[in-house]
Design a binder for this molecule. Structure first.
Ligand SMILES: NC(=O)c1ccc[n+]([C@@H]2O[C@H](COP(=O)([O-])OP(=O)(O)OC[C@H]3O[C@@H](n4cnc5c(N)ncnc54)[C@H](O)[C@@H]3O)[C@@H](O)[C@H]2O)c1
Length: 282
């Protein structure tokens, strides 16, 4: 049974997932190697709770109880929990290294979940002790708002681990969907063309960024592709395209867009860096 949750990586996703865990009543630890990111996460979580108070969704007392359940930590030795959810950079070697460090700090039956958008859970678990405890737990952005969680079963993930994570998602008031490990899982594979085709349209001079977004929103999408990429983070979105491109043997349909590669190289990562396809006041 899960009683404590540790989230690793206090960026866009990790800060949201930690809030979801604390709202679910769990003792929650949020770890990052970068102290500035921990401060930013605390500010973002407080702002989120203030918003819920202003909408009368929770009381000030509830908000302070939720916030006090989160421990912000910068020492990996304190990353001990029944469930550890990593939300660090989208890089397989970094995730494997992290899980191996966490294996030294935790019991063999602690569950290791990855929030990866596109990396293979089966590949990750091959390099981690007790691979049966490794599972994909793919939240969507923003994690406190979006209900869907893809629970991804790798080749060696045990049924009891995927079931425990599935049940936990329900307890967290999310909508879990079990799926097999495959490049991009379901949502990111289908949605890839929303981003890639939109960038091709702009690169080919067919329509502007603003017009593509306006047209897609007018057809009923909640957010145009460029606004959505800015929210996701251009670096993260690019890594997902690259993973799918690699996994599908350089299939042209998943080829990363030059305009996105260029933005990422210049540090224009979207909302989180203040500049992406649009400019933001941070
Ligand atoms: N951004 C999205 O919309 C989205 C949606 C679903 C899943 N994801 C996935 O979630 C993960 C995180 O994405 P994000 O957008 O939150 O990234 P981010 O860049 O906003 O945050 C990553 C955080 O991880 C920290 N970090 C890096 N290496 C670390 C390490 N070894 N130990 C501890 N902390 C470390 C960084 O300091 C940073 O705070 C990625 O795997 C991504 O594919 C992202």
């Amino acid at each position: 049974m899960i009683q404590s949750i540790c989230v690793i990586g206090a960026g866009t996703m990790g800060s949201g997932i930690a809030l979801v865990a604390a709202q679910g009543g769990f003792v929650t630890t949020l770890f990052d190697v970068n102290a500035t990111m921990l401060d930013k996460a605390a500010t973002a979580i407080k702002a989120n709770l203030d918003f819920l108070i202003s909408k009368q969704k929770i009381s000030a007392l509830d908000a302070s109880a939720i916030f006090s359940r989160i421990n912000f930590i910068s020492d990996i030795q304190h990353c001990k929990a029944d469930l550890l959810i990593e939300a660090i950079i989208e890089n397989a070697a970094a995730k494997i290294e992290l899980f191996n460090k966490l294996a030294h700090v935790n019991d063999d039956n602690a569950i290791f979940a990855s929030n990866t958008s596109s990396l293979s859970i089966s590949t990750l678990q091959r390099s981690i002790s007790h691979p049966e405890r490794v599972v994909g737990m793919h939240f969507f952005n923003p994690a406190p708002v979006m209900k869907l969680v893809e629970v991804v079963k790798g080749e060696q993930t045990s049924n009891s681990v995927s079931q425990t994570v599935y049940d936990l998602c329900k307890q967290l008031n999310k909508t879990p969907v079990l799926c097999k490990d495959a490049p991009g899982f379901v949502v990111n594979r289908v949605a890839r063309h929303y981003y890639l085709e939109a960038m091709k349209i702009v690169e080919q001079g067919i329509a502007s960024i603003e017009n593509v977004d306006a047209i897609m929103e007018a057809t009923g999408f909640k957010m145009g592709p460029f606004k959505l990429m800015d929210l996701i983070g251009l670096d993260i979105n690019l890594s997902v395209s690259q993973s799918l491109y690699d996994a599908f043997n350089n299939a042209e349909r998943f080829k990363p867009a030059a305009m996105q590669i260029d933005k990422v190289a210049k540090g224009a990562l979207g909302k989180k860096s203040g500049k992406g396809f649009y400019d933001y006041l941070n």
